[in-house]
Design a protein around this ligand. Structure first.
Ligand code: NAP
Length: 262
């Protein structure tokens, strides 16, 4: 899985979303993250088709929303996602949230069938805590490849990171720029000034130093390219340690927010 991808939540205008995806792919990105609930799978598919990049070279991830997590709904809604995305398979299909119609056995047996048929290359989960992961792992034989959760310098998720590392599960950081809050954090601004880069790049380089994949959402070419340039930034051990020392937990997405209100 390419460690830096493009997020697409709230990139809802179809033309703008397709253009963001095309621009990202033509700038070097090879990982695109969407979800059924974002309402933009068709636009994401159009962006991939428009880009001068082969589909097989793109790591494409989508997520099944909580009202489609009954066994047969997983199968049917994934077919709909594939049709919208204009593809015959996705590289990674996530359970978006362990909520709503989620039932470990019923939901994940459908994911396993999709995996066995080659419709999905990998099974992922999102917004899962260690107890959810333990239950999920005992419900399926196929490996759980990744857990996508909120992680950034202001919410470092140290215990979950250790748990997933020990379990051999990749972590994918959503809201890796804390939805813009990384700008104006003193330590990040100091490092950014010293290195002549943006706070976004510092945050993404810190995640990379932790072996955590990141999927920053960016709409225009400037942000898309700024984030891509983070791959050139190697933080020193001292810089990583200074970011590690940021205290507190500033969560941007309430774990109960999605299921409760969507
Ligand atoms: P984010 O990536 O932390 O922040 C996005 C915001 O930062 C946007 O306002 C964007 O503006 C701005 N931005 C991006 N790059 C920038 C740069 N270089 N300089 C200045 N501003 C920049 O937040 P997010 O969208 O919440 O998270 C990223 C992705 O994670 C989502 O799009 C989605 O794919 C995924 N996600 C998943 C879940 C889940 O439950 N699994 C939940 C939340 C998010 P512009 O748009 O104007 O460029």
């Amino acid at each position: 899985m390419p460690g830096l991808g493009l997020g697409t939540w709230e990139n809802e205008d179809p033309d703008a979303c397709a253009e963001s995806v095309r621009t990202a792919l033509e700038s070097g990105y090879r990982h695109v993250d969407t979800a059924q609930i974002y309402g933009n799978e068709s636009a994401v598919g159009r962006g991939i088709a428009d880009a001068d990049v082969d589909r097989e070279d793109v790591f494409l991830a989508t997520k099944v929303w909580i009202d489609k997590l009954a066994h047969d709904d997983v199968l049917a809604s994934t077919e709909e996602s594939l049709a919208k995305l204009g593809t015959e398979y996705v590289d990674l299909l996530y359970v978006h949230w362990p909520a709503g119609k989620y039932d470990p056995e019923a939901t994940l047996s459908a994911f396993e069938e999709l995996h066995e048929s080659g419709t999905i290359d990998r099974i992922g989960v999102s917004n899962f805590e260690p107890n959810h992961i333990e239950t999920a792992r005992s419900a399926v034989d196929a490996p759980i490849f990744a857990n996508q959760v909120e992680i950034h310098p202001l919410l470092q998720q140290r215990e979950l990171h250790e748990f997933c590392s020990d379990a051999g599960i990749e972590l994918v950081a959503y809201s890796p720029l804390a939805r813009g809050d990384v700008f104006g954090v003193d330590v990040l601004s100091e490092i950014a000034d010293d290195r002549g880069v943006s706070e976004a790049q510092v945050s993404l380089a810190w995640l990379r130093a932790k072996d955590i994949a990141a999927i920053p959402k960016a709409t225009g070419a400037d942000h898309i390219r700024d984030n891509w340039a983070s791959l050139e930034l190697e933080l020193t051990d001292d810089e990583v340690a200074r970011i590690d020392d940021i205290d507190g937990e500033r969560r941007k997405v309430d774990p109960d927010f999605g299921p409760a209100s969507w």
